[in-house]
Design a protein around this ligand. Structure first.
Ligand code: ADP
Ligand code: NI
Length: 226
Protein backbone atom coordinates (compact mmCIF):
# COMPACT_ATOMS: atom_id res chain seq x y z
CA UNK A 1 0.00 0.00 0.00
CA UNK A 2 1.48 3.42 -0.89
CA UNK A 3 1.77 6.26 1.62
CA UNK A 4 -1.18 8.15 0.12
CA UNK A 5 -3.44 5.17 0.63
CA UNK A 6 -2.22 4.68 4.22
CA UNK A 7 -3.03 8.33 5.01
CA UNK A 8 -6.47 8.10 3.35
CA UNK A 9 -7.35 4.88 5.20
CA UNK A 10 -6.12 6.34 8.51
CA UNK A 11 -8.21 9.48 7.99
CA UNK A 12 -11.32 7.34 7.33
CA UNK A 13 -10.62 5.20 10.42
CA UNK A 14 -10.19 8.23 12.70
CA UNK A 15 -13.17 10.08 11.20
CA UNK A 16 -15.44 7.13 11.99
CA UNK A 17 -13.98 6.77 15.49
CA UNK A 18 -14.19 10.46 16.50
CA UNK A 19 -17.22 11.70 14.56
CA UNK A 20 -19.63 12.12 17.47
CA UNK A 21 -17.13 12.85 20.21
CA UNK A 22 -18.55 15.51 22.55
CA UNK A 23 -15.60 16.72 24.60
CA UNK A 24 -13.83 18.86 22.00
CA UNK A 25 -11.66 16.00 20.75
CA UNK A 26 -13.92 15.39 17.75
CA UNK A 27 -13.02 14.67 14.12
CA UNK A 28 -13.14 18.42 13.32
CA UNK A 29 -10.36 18.98 15.90
CA UNK A 30 -8.24 16.17 14.44
CA UNK A 31 -8.82 17.49 10.90
CA UNK A 32 -7.70 20.99 11.92
CA UNK A 33 -4.56 19.60 13.57
CA UNK A 34 -3.91 17.53 10.42
CA UNK A 35 -4.21 20.55 8.11
CA UNK A 36 -2.47 23.05 10.41
CA UNK A 37 0.54 20.79 10.96
CA UNK A 38 0.90 20.47 7.18
CA UNK A 39 0.68 24.25 6.76
CA UNK A 40 3.36 24.77 9.43
CA UNK A 41 5.56 22.16 7.70
CA UNK A 42 6.29 24.53 4.82
CA UNK A 43 9.06 26.06 6.94
CA UNK A 44 10.35 22.77 8.39
CA UNK A 45 12.05 20.80 5.61
CA UNK A 46 13.49 18.31 8.15
CA UNK A 47 10.01 16.91 8.84
CA UNK A 48 8.89 13.79 6.96
CA UNK A 49 5.39 14.64 5.62
CA UNK A 50 4.18 11.01 5.95
CA UNK A 51 5.07 10.89 9.66
CA UNK A 52 3.56 14.37 10.24
CA UNK A 53 0.25 13.36 8.65
CA UNK A 54 0.00 10.05 10.52
CA UNK A 55 1.06 11.68 13.80
CA UNK A 56 -1.59 14.39 13.44
CA UNK A 57 -4.34 11.92 12.51
CA UNK A 58 -3.49 9.54 15.35
CA UNK A 59 -2.40 12.02 18.06
CA UNK A 60 -5.56 11.74 20.17
CA UNK A 61 -6.20 8.02 19.65
CA UNK A 62 -6.35 6.47 23.12
CA UNK A 63 -5.73 9.82 24.90
CA UNK A 64 -4.87 9.23 28.61
CA UNK A 65 -7.68 11.65 29.59
CA UNK A 66 -10.23 9.08 28.41
CA UNK A 67 -8.39 5.85 29.22
CA UNK A 68 -8.09 5.90 33.02
CA UNK A 69 -4.69 7.61 32.80
CA UNK A 70 -3.12 4.81 30.72
CA UNK A 71 -0.40 6.68 28.82
CA UNK A 72 0.45 3.70 26.63
CA UNK A 73 -3.10 3.21 25.29
CA UNK A 74 -2.49 5.69 22.43
CA UNK A 75 0.87 4.37 21.21
CA UNK A 76 -0.52 0.82 21.45
CA UNK A 77 -3.61 1.63 19.38
CA UNK A 78 -1.55 3.49 16.75
CA UNK A 79 0.92 0.60 16.46
CA UNK A 80 -1.88 -1.96 16.01
CA UNK A 81 -3.52 0.17 13.32
CA UNK A 82 -0.35 1.02 11.37
CA UNK A 83 0.95 -2.56 11.57
CA UNK A 84 -2.33 -3.78 10.09
CA UNK A 85 -1.60 -1.55 7.05
CA UNK A 86 1.97 -2.84 6.73
CA UNK A 87 3.65 0.48 7.68
CA UNK A 88 7.38 0.10 8.36
CA UNK A 89 8.69 -0.07 11.93
CA UNK A 90 10.72 3.17 11.69
CA UNK A 91 7.58 5.19 10.86
CA UNK A 92 5.50 3.45 13.55
CA UNK A 93 8.10 4.33 16.18
CA UNK A 94 8.09 8.02 15.23
CA UNK A 95 4.29 8.15 15.35
CA UNK A 96 4.29 6.44 18.75
CA UNK A 97 6.79 9.02 20.02
CA UNK A 98 4.52 11.88 18.89
CA UNK A 99 1.54 10.42 20.75
CA UNK A 100 3.61 9.75 23.87
CA UNK A 101 5.16 13.24 23.99
CA UNK A 102 2.44 15.58 22.69
CA UNK A 103 0.28 16.28 25.75
CA UNK A 104 0.56 19.21 28.10
CA UNK A 105 1.53 17.87 31.52
CA UNK A 106 1.41 20.90 33.81
CA UNK A 107 2.93 24.38 33.58
CA UNK A 108 6.06 23.29 35.46
CA UNK A 109 6.66 20.20 33.31
CA UNK A 110 8.68 20.62 30.08
CA UNK A 111 7.23 18.79 27.06
CA UNK A 112 10.02 18.63 24.46
CA UNK A 113 9.31 16.73 21.24
CA UNK A 114 12.04 14.36 20.03
CA UNK A 115 11.22 14.69 16.31
CA UNK A 116 10.61 17.62 13.91
CA UNK A 117 7.28 16.03 12.93
CA UNK A 118 6.29 16.01 16.60
CA UNK A 119 7.03 19.72 16.90
CA UNK A 120 4.65 20.46 14.03
CA UNK A 121 1.86 18.29 15.42
CA UNK A 122 2.27 19.64 18.97
CA UNK A 123 2.17 23.24 17.69
CA UNK A 124 -0.96 22.51 15.64
CA UNK A 125 -2.63 20.79 18.60
CA UNK A 126 -1.80 23.71 20.90
CA UNK A 127 -3.06 26.30 18.41
CA UNK A 128 -6.39 24.46 18.47
CA UNK A 129 -6.54 24.79 22.27
CA UNK A 130 -6.38 28.63 22.18
CA UNK A 131 -8.43 31.37 20.48
CA UNK A 132 -12.21 31.17 20.05
CA UNK A 133 -12.14 27.46 19.28
CA UNK A 134 -9.92 26.91 22.30
CA UNK A 135 -12.45 28.67 24.54
CA UNK A 136 -15.27 26.56 23.09
CA UNK A 137 -13.29 23.34 23.51
CA UNK A 138 -12.37 24.12 27.12
CA UNK A 139 -16.02 24.53 28.10
CA UNK A 140 -17.06 21.50 26.05
CA UNK A 141 -14.48 19.47 27.97
CA UNK A 142 -15.53 20.95 31.32
CA UNK A 143 -19.18 20.17 30.57
CA UNK A 144 -18.29 16.65 29.52
CA UNK A 145 -16.57 16.19 32.90
CA UNK A 146 -19.42 17.90 34.81
CA UNK A 147 -17.27 20.79 36.06
CA UNK A 148 -18.51 24.25 37.08
CA UNK A 149 -17.63 27.13 34.75
CA UNK A 150 -15.96 29.14 37.48
CA UNK A 151 -15.46 29.27 41.24
CA UNK A 152 -13.42 32.21 42.54
CA UNK A 153 -12.80 30.26 45.78
CA UNK A 154 -10.72 27.67 43.93
CA UNK A 155 -7.31 29.13 43.07
CA UNK A 156 -5.43 27.96 39.96
CA UNK A 157 -2.47 25.65 40.59
CA UNK A 158 0.95 25.72 38.88
CA UNK A 159 1.28 21.95 38.45
CA UNK A 160 4.86 20.75 38.63
CA UNK A 161 4.14 17.09 37.99
CA UNK A 162 2.03 15.21 35.46
CA UNK A 163 0.49 13.25 38.35
CA UNK A 164 -0.97 16.35 40.02
CA UNK A 165 -2.05 17.82 36.63
CA UNK A 166 -3.90 14.58 35.79
CA UNK A 167 -5.76 14.51 39.11
CA UNK A 168 -7.01 18.07 38.78
CA UNK A 169 -10.80 18.57 38.78
CA UNK A 170 -10.91 22.36 39.03
CA UNK A 171 -13.53 24.64 37.37
CA UNK A 172 -12.94 25.34 33.67
CA UNK A 173 -11.80 28.96 34.09
CA UNK A 174 -8.83 27.64 36.08
CA UNK A 175 -7.71 25.69 33.00
CA UNK A 176 -6.93 28.98 31.27
CA UNK A 177 -4.46 29.91 34.02
CA UNK A 178 -3.11 26.39 34.42
CA UNK A 179 -2.56 25.69 30.70
CA UNK A 180 -4.12 27.76 27.92
CA UNK A 181 -2.49 31.14 28.68
CA UNK A 182 0.93 29.46 28.71
CA UNK A 183 0.69 27.82 25.31
CA UNK A 184 1.83 30.78 23.21
CA UNK A 185 5.20 30.62 25.00
CA UNK A 186 5.55 26.89 24.43
CA UNK A 187 5.49 26.65 20.63
CA UNK A 188 8.32 25.46 18.39
CA UNK A 189 7.74 27.05 14.96
CA UNK A 190 7.83 30.78 14.18
CA UNK A 191 4.70 30.43 12.02
CA UNK A 192 2.74 28.99 14.95
CA UNK A 193 3.91 31.82 17.22
CA UNK A 194 2.52 34.39 14.78
CA UNK A 195 -0.88 32.65 14.67
CA UNK A 196 -0.91 32.26 18.46
CA UNK A 197 -0.48 35.96 19.15
CA UNK A 198 -3.95 37.05 18.04
CA UNK A 199 -5.60 33.92 19.48
CA UNK A 200 -3.95 34.62 22.83
CA UNK A 201 -5.18 38.23 22.84
CA UNK A 202 -8.70 36.99 22.10
CA UNK A 203 -8.57 34.65 25.15
CA UNK A 204 -7.36 37.49 27.37
CA UNK A 205 -10.28 39.63 26.16
CA UNK A 206 -12.71 36.75 26.72
CA UNK A 207 -11.48 36.25 30.30
CA UNK A 208 -11.68 39.96 31.10
CA UNK A 209 -15.26 40.10 29.84
CA UNK A 210 -16.22 36.83 31.60
CA UNK A 211 -14.94 38.08 34.96
CA UNK A 212 -16.57 41.48 34.44
CA UNK A 213 -19.96 39.80 33.89
CA UNK A 214 -19.33 37.34 36.75
CA UNK A 215 -18.80 40.23 39.16
CA UNK A 216 -21.85 41.99 37.67
CA UNK A 217 -19.81 45.08 36.98
CA UNK A 218 -21.64 45.99 33.77
CA UNK A 219 -25.01 45.48 35.48
CA UNK A 220 -23.96 47.67 38.41
CA UNK A 221 -22.73 50.34 36.03
CA UNK A 222 -25.89 50.60 33.93
CA UNK A 223 -28.67 49.65 36.39
CA UNK A 224 -27.72 50.91 39.86
CA UNK A 225 -29.84 49.41 42.63
CA UNK A 226 -31.68 52.00 44.48
P1 ADP B 1 -3.42 17.77 25.21
O1 ADP B 1 -2.97 16.44 24.72
O2 ADP B 1 -2.32 18.77 25.35
O3 ADP B 1 -4.24 17.66 26.46
P2 ADP B 1 -5.68 17.70 23.46
O4 ADP B 1 -5.66 17.73 21.98
O5 ADP B 1 -5.97 16.39 24.09
O6 ADP B 1 -4.33 18.31 24.05
O7 ADP B 1 -6.75 18.74 23.84
C1 ADP B 1 -6.96 19.17 25.07
C2 ADP B 1 -8.26 19.93 24.98
O8 ADP B 1 -9.05 19.59 26.09
C3 ADP B 1 -8.00 21.41 24.99
O9 ADP B 1 -8.85 22.11 24.14
C4 ADP B 1 -8.22 21.75 26.44
O10 ADP B 1 -8.69 23.04 26.64
C5 ADP B 1 -9.25 20.72 26.88
N1 ADP B 1 -8.99 20.40 28.27
C6 ADP B 1 -8.11 19.53 28.78
N2 ADP B 1 -8.15 19.54 30.13
C7 ADP B 1 -9.09 20.45 30.47
C8 ADP B 1 -9.62 20.93 31.70
N3 ADP B 1 -9.16 20.49 32.87
N4 ADP B 1 -10.58 21.87 31.64
C9 ADP B 1 -11.04 22.33 30.47
N5 ADP B 1 -10.59 21.93 29.28
C10 ADP B 1 -9.64 20.99 29.28
NI1 NI C 1 -5.61 17.05 20.15
Amino acid sequence: MDTKEVVARTADYIEAKFLNEGSGHDWAHIKRVWHTSQALAAQTPAADPFVTELGALLHDVGDWKFHAGDEEAGPRAARAWLSSLGVVEAVIERVEAIIREISFKGVGVPTPMSTPEGELVQDADRLDAIGAIGVARAFAYGGHKGRPLHDPAVAPIAHDSFESYKQNTAPTINHFYEKLLHLQDRLHTPAARVIAEQRHQFMEAFLAQFLREWEGEDVKASAPVG
